[in-house]
Ligand binder design. Structure first.
Ligand SMILES: Nc1ncnc2c1ncn2[C@@H]1O[C@H](COP(=O)(O)OP(=O)(O)OP(=O)(O)O)[C@@H](O)[C@H]1O
Ligand SMILES: [Mg+2]
Length: 370
């Protein structure tokens, strides 16, 4: 199994999965493969480990991608997502005037809400992906995702902000500015007073100013959100699920797969990262029998050891097979536990040998006892 067809043909690849499984690493490896295949590729990373960021030349948050020099016919670019500045540029893009944009960017409520609102990071990741795809001239955009509990957060995120802007309470907050709603005004003022007592009148004033400043921009945001969603659902986009063979990660993997399926989005590849190697070509049971046949000799202990390692690999393989069955016909690729962290281009290239050369295939499964 290899992921080469994905990096060769798709225009967008989204790496999803639970926390710490290797999403950022996988995303970087996929973009690198795109460059090796001669494409102009970019990876959007989210909170990469410091050493990997250094290796990718991402010393600081930059809103624009940096090119990584390397020995490939295509181009490899990388950027670290900066949620705040992505949101700011979206505001600049959709504000009818510069002064309205500046009013929003200065607003305290916006400054707090733009990074704290749940799903904002996911939304901005999707927004960046759309921008690079549409305007960056990239043939392949690989996007890493934040460690979310729910895969649908990415799909939901673009709509969440427009829903937030549509929120009825906030509609009410904005009403005092609309003269034709005099009757409601009294009720609204009472509501505002009540809210003010709870959260403080400054907060309410900031919030009102924020929603007033956003007036007229919701439509632009909504259309943009729809375009982002269309891109995610496009056949040129592939969702890839990364997991480890540990029971908890696999459980989350199943959950992710189910959520994506609910949204009508197929998982197009399953990457099982950090698998334990399998050293023996026979099953754990056979090895235990051999250990027994050795009596008290040193060889018996070694056979026991090998039996334990083999059993671990067998259990992992059985768990993985279950998830793989769930996401069929998505290819399954296995990446072994490497002796050290993946923090430079060589490390990424090594992971690449498993994702793209099919070297990660284990020995054919053995039936215990035969
Ligand atoms: N196959 C591997 N062998 C050894 N170390 C690995 C392997 N894959 C990833 N790592 C290391 O594991 C750590 C976590 O990987 P990574 O940052 O890619 O995960 P993530 O899913 O992006 O995490 P988060 O959810 O926190 O963003 C990193 O230090 C990385 O170098
Ligand atoms: Mg990560």
């Amino acid at each position: 199994m290899t992921l080469a067809p994905l990096t060769r043909t798709r225009r967008v690849i989204v790496c999803t999965g639970s926390g710490g499984v290797g999403k950022t690493t996988t995303a970087a490896v996929l973009a690198m493969e795109g460059a090796r295949q001669g494409r102009r590729a970019v990876v959007v990373t989210i909170d990469p480990a410091k050493r990997l960021a250094d290796a990718l030349g991402l010393e600081s948050l930059a809103d624009t991608p940096t090119e990584i020099e390397g020995d490939w016919p295509g181009e490899l670019w990388a950027l670290m997502l900066d949620t705040k500045s992505t949101f700011d540029s979206l505001v600049m893009k959709y504000a009818p005037s510069r002064s309205q944009a500046e009013g929003i960017l200065r607003n305290r409520f916006y400054r707090n809400v733009s990074s704290a609102l749940s799903g904002t990071q996911e939304y901005m990741a999707m927004e960046k992906l759309y921008e690079l795809h549409e305007e960056g001239g990239f043939e392949l955009v690989v996007v890493d995702t934040p460690p979310t509990r729910n895969a649908l957060d990415f799909i939901d995120a673009p709509r969440r902000l427009t829903r937030f802007l549509d929120n009825r309470v906030f509609r009410l907050l904005m009403m005092p500015t609309r003269a034709y709603l005099k009757a409601v005004n009294v009720a609204t003022r009472t509501l505002l007073r009540t809210i003010s007592r709870v959260v403080g009148s400054e907060v309410v004033q900031d919030a009102v100013a924020f929603f007033q400043a956003f007036e007229g921009m919701e439509e632009g945001f909504r259309q943009r959100a729809d375009r982002v969603l269309n891109l995610l659902a496009d056949p040129a986009t592939a969702f890839l699920l990364v997991t480890t063979p540990r029971a908890d990660a696999l459980e989350e993997g199943r959950f992710f797969a189910a959520k994506l399926e609910e949204a009508g989005i197929p998982v197009e590849a399953l990457v099982v990262n950090r698998m334990h190697p399998r050293f023996a070509s026979v099953g754990a049971e056979v090895l235990r029998k051999r250990a027994g046949a050795q009596g008290d000799s040193a060889l018996a202990g070694l056979y026991e050891n090998l039996a334990e390692f083999t059993q671990l690999a067998e259990v992992e393989e059985a768990h993985v097979a279950e998830l793989s069955e769930r996401v069929r016909p998505a290819p399954l690729v296995r990446v072994p536990f490497l002796p050290s962290d993946v923090h430079d281009l060589d490390g990424l290239a090594e992971i690449g040998t498993y994702l793209f050369d099919g070297d990660g295939e284990p020995a054919p499964p053995q039936t215990p006892g035969h």
